[in-house]
Structure formats: structure tokens, C-alpha cells
Design a protein. Structure first.
Length: 158
């Protein structure tokens, strides 16, 4: 199977909503708090698009046989003031989704490689991605690509 990576186009939006809904459903199976309806996916994508626009980032898509098979959002952020100034800028993958029927074929890895190249081209030295605790497949995939733990968020339900 061959695929290509490109920036998202306005005509991709409905497919991106489909993929965002798959992502929300997948994450809901791990942490039962995600909106899994179509409106939730539309709102999630709109929030991602707003952050992309705010940070002059972009959305990359993987295309297989003329159909968007996956996407990621890449934003360019600034860390907190307690960091040294040179350590503050970082690139961030906010969302990464690959169609359920096309996973484990290198699409996610190719999207991440393209994001790494784009961030490096802009002069960024770090790329951050979050993963839900319990999403072992994603965590393992990210580790094989050189990502490491940088922190741990804990939650207590009240």
C-alpha cells in the first residue's frame, strides 16, 4: 500500500471530522469522558483548527488511493516562563488519527516523520505528543520513534 503526505485542504474537512470521531471513540474506550457523537467530532476538529491557526501550524493528511486515511495537527507553542528562554519553543502534535481499517501500516509513523521534518525546518528542537495512559499501542509506537517520558499528569475524580 502506498500513500502520500500533504497539507490538508478545505475539501478534506468532512473526512477529518470522520477521523476525529474515530479518535474520540477510541479514546473514550480508554477514558470514558469523550464526546463520541458527530457534533463532538466537529467541535473537536474546530478547536484543533483554531489552535493551528493561532500558532501558524498546519494539519497534515495521509492520502491512500485518493482518500484521506489519517491526519495530525501540528502547532508551534511556547513553554512556561520557568524554562530557560531557549527551551520554551516547541512543536506539538495535538491530534493524530489513522482510519481504524488502515492502522499498523506506517501511516501514523509517516505523518509523524513529516511533522518532525516540518518542525526542524522551522528551527524547532523539540516535538511533543501526548498519549492517554492505557493507550499502550500508541505509547509503544511513539517510543520506537524516539519519544520519551517528560512528565506525568495525575487525576483524582471528586
Amino acid at each position: 500500500m502506498s500513500f502520500s503526505i500533504r497539507e490538508a485542504l478545505p475539501g478534506d474537512r468532512e473526512r477529518l471530522v470522520d477521523l476525529m470521531q474515530q479518535l474520540n471513540r477510541s479514546e473514550n474506550a480508554i477514558e470514558d469522558n469523550r464526546r463520541t457523537d458527530r457534533a463532538g467530532a466537529e467541535d473537536s476538529l474546530q478547536a484543533a483548527e483554531d489552535q493551528v491557526a493561532k500558532t501558524e501550524g498546519f494539519i497534515l493528511v495521509a492520502e491512500v488511493d485518493g482518500t484521506v486515511a489519517g491526519f495530525l495537527t501540528l502547532t508551534f507553542e511556547e513553554g512556561p516562563v520557568y524554562l530557560k528562554p531557549e527551551a520554551r519553543p516547541y512543536a506539538h502534535i495535538g491530534d493524530l488519527a489513522v482510519d481504524e481499517g488502515l492502522r499498523r501500516r506506517g501511516i501514523g509513523r509517516a505523518l509523524m516523520t513529516a511533522a518532525e521534518a516540518a518542525a526542524a525546518e522551522r528551527g524547532y528542537r523539540e516535538l511533543v505528543i501526548g498519549v492517554l495512559h492505557g493507550n499502550e499501542a500508541a505509547e509503544a509506537a511513539y517510543r520506537t520513534q524516539g519519544y520519551r517520558d517528560i512528565g506525568l499528569n495525575l487525576i483524582k475524580r471528586l
